[in-house]
Design a protein around this ligand. Structure first.
Ligand SMILES: C[S@@+](CC[C@H](N)C(=O)[O-])C[C@H]1O[C@@H](n2cnc3c(N)ncnc32)[C@H](O)[C@@H]1O
Length: 222
């Protein structure tokens, strides 16, 4: 049971057993495929992990960077109370349009605001509008700017804010200091900041599954 096909089978088993049929999420993946969005959303067990982490954190206000078609957005928004708020940032207007339809179909549009534009442009706007601090931040856009996204997450945080960063293992390449892959370099710089910033207590967890070998960084603002 060591190859990628088996990892996917185990993910399917967990999804069947612990998550079950979810018409809104299934419709989201179908709409994303129909719109030819890349299939780089979190898996169902990973989406539920994000959801559970936000619930464990008692999150009311959440920020997501990297919406794609809104699959993780829906998982995260469902973790918030009825009067909770999720702001999610997406650079592609096409992705954001698909996500808006998916979020509305899931009945979550009152809780979710999708902002279009490069996150390094929209994050300062969010700060200027006084929309923080956020209780939970999920970082999942391009990886090259990961350090800047983590810095923004900190600026928009309070004591106790949970920060989750996706795709930090990159098939193991994160451990290669000689890697020139800009995504790997971006992730490694982000880890250096996580390690040295006294406001953060952090760890990282490797995952295998339908999305291959990757992982999440988890941090709390202390
Ligand atoms: C990995 S996908 C997000 C997947 C989504 N979180 C999910 O699991 O369903 C990354 C998304 O970030 C967006 N993105 C890339 N660079 C960005 C930037 N500078 N600002 C905002 N979004 C960006 C991409 O267009 C893409 O839709």
């Amino acid at each position: 049971m060591t190859n990628r096909r088996n990892w996917s089978e185990v993910d399917s088993y967990f999804a069947r057993t612990l998550i079950g049929s979810d018409p809104a999420l299934e419709a989201t993946l179908a709409a994303n495929a129909a719109a030819r969005l890349p299939s780089i959303d979190v898996s169902a067990p990973q989406g539920k992990l994000i959801h559970l982490l936000a619930r464990m954190a008692g999150a009311r206000k959440a920020l997501e960077i990297g919406t794609l078609g809104g699959y993780s957005t829906i998982w995260l928004a469902r973790a918030l109370p009825d009067d909770g708020r999720l702001i999610t940032l997406e650079v592609s207007a096409r992705h954001a349009d698909v996500a808006r339809r998916n979020v509305a179909h899931a009945g979550l549009e009152s809780r979710v605001e999708i902002r279009t534009g490069a996150a390094l442009t929209t994050l300062p706007e969010i700060e200027a509008e006084g929309l923080g601090p956020f209780d939970f931040v999920f970082i999942d856009p391009d990886k090259t700017n990961n350090t800047a996204y983590l810095e923004w997450a900190l600026r928009l945080s309070r004591l106790g804010t949970t920060i989750v960063v996706d795709n930090v293992v990159r098939e193991g390449e994160v451990a290669d200091p000689a890697s020139r892959d800009p995504d790997v370099v971006g992730v490694r710089r982000m880890f250096e900041l996580m390690a040295r910033d006294p406001r953060l207590s952090a760890t990282a967890i490797q995952t295998v599954g339908a999305k291959g070998w990757d992982g999440f960084a988890l941090a709390v603002v202390i």
